[in-house]
Design a protein around this ligand. Structure first.
Ligand SMILES: [Zn+2]
Length: 198
């Protein structure tokens, strides 16, 4: 009898382990979800103001870190429609696919949607307006603003109006095409040069 009780006690002691094994599919589902979340959530990039100044040009710092706006029609990527991906010029996080870019005619690169979880939105009440600011989810760098309901012929009816200088473009082979390498006309280049020294 003692032997049987001991066996039963031993069996009961093992039972939680068996239950845990039986629950393994839900555990692995949770792990899968974690992996998915990690993959889709941008890795946070934090730098001090001095560290940002060391890696950004003066104009990039003004726009990305001080929420400035580049002059209209001066951004090299405004009229670029090559196939590829646009990333944050501050931290390199991918932000937009070229297939979501459209020619808005507004003077800045325009996209109808960003990559999942890559872009954060904030209410911006500066300049007496209420606009929705968009920032890089990884480093907080200022990208521009998003406007809705303008009736552009796009799937989302949204326009992400993004400063060209906040972006870095890589073509479908992963080759970077810096702003300076974009041939968008002499006049645009001159305006960029003037803008960068003012
Ligand atoms: Zn960034």
């Amino acid at each position: 009898m003692t032997f049987v009780t001991a066996r039963l006690r031993a069996y009961l002691a093992r039972t939680p382990t068996r239950l845990a094994l039986r629950q393994a599919p839900s555990l692995s589902a949770a792990q899968t979800l974690n992996r998915y979340t990690l993959r889709t959530m941008a890795t946070k990039v934090e730098k001090t103001e001095d560290e940002w100044r060391a890696v950004l040009s003066r104009e990039q710092f003004r726009v990305l870190r001080e929420k400035g706006t580049e002059r209209a029609n001066t951004g090299a990527y405004d009229k670029l429609f090559d196939e590829g991906v646009y990333s944050c010029a501050g931290c390199g996080a991918p932000l937009y696919e070229s297939k979501t870019k459209f020619n808005s005619g507004c003077g800045w690169p325009a996209y109808y949607e960003g990559l999942p979880n890559a872009i954060n939105r904030h209410v911006d009440k500066s300049w007496g307006m209420e606009r929705i600011e968009i920032t890089c989810a990884a480093c907080g760098g200022h990208l521009g603003h998003v406007f809705k309901g303008e009736k552009y012929d796009t799937p989302t009816d949204e326009r992400h109006c993004v400063n060209s200088i906040s972006l870095t473009f890589r073509d479908k082979d992963g080759v970077e095409k810096p702003q300076d390498a974009v041939d968008d006309g002499v006049w645009s280049r001159v305006k960029r040069m003037v803008g960068s020294v003012l």
